[in-house]
Design a protein around this ligand. Structure first.
Ligand SMILES: [Zn+2]
Ligand SMILES: [Zn+2]
Length: 140
């Protein structure tokens, strides 16, 4: 959700040991501009006009997750969605996601409202992987 330029994306990729291909830069740029995590299908649809095929998108998403540049979220509908990871603060990457019960729309919620560390409760040895907030969106 930070505003990254292509030059910054390039540096991030190189630091992560990945080649800074145009498709990878386009993937990171797209996700940096999105207010919600995007599925493989959504990323593919956006990058199609750049001539990036679905298989390449799939492989790049997995490579970027492996390099900790992206994180994957599973929001209860068995669809992996991808968004930029926050390298500086892993807990901050675990911001909550809102999922609309009616239309299935998803968006990111600022972690100031609810943080993964709120769940580090006494005597409870839990690891929070997702925080889901379900309700009705503005359009429903
Ligand atoms: Zn809705
Ligand atoms: Zn998010």
């Amino acid at each position: 959700m930070n505003d990254f330029s292509p030059a910054v994306m390039k540096t991030l990729l190189k630091q992560a040991g990945l080649r800074a291909t145009p498709a990878r830069i386009a993937t990171l740029t797209l996700l940096s501009q999105s207010s919600k995590p995007l599925s493989h299908a959504e990323v593919s649809a956006e990058l199609k006009n750049l001539g990036v095929d679905k298989t390449t998108v799939y492989r790049n998403l997995n490579d970027l997750v492996g390099a900790n540049l992206l994180r994957r979220a599973e929001l209860g509908d068995h669809i992996w969605r991808f968004e930029l990871a926050n390298h500086h603060d892993e807990a901050c990457s675990l911001h909550p996601h809102f999922v609309c019960i009616d239309c299935g729309d998803v968006f990111c919620i600022d972690e100031k409202y609810l943080q993964a560390r709120d769940f580090q409760l006494e005597n409870q040895n839990v690891t929070v992987k997702e925080i889901l907030v379900r309700g009705h969106c503005n359009n429903c």
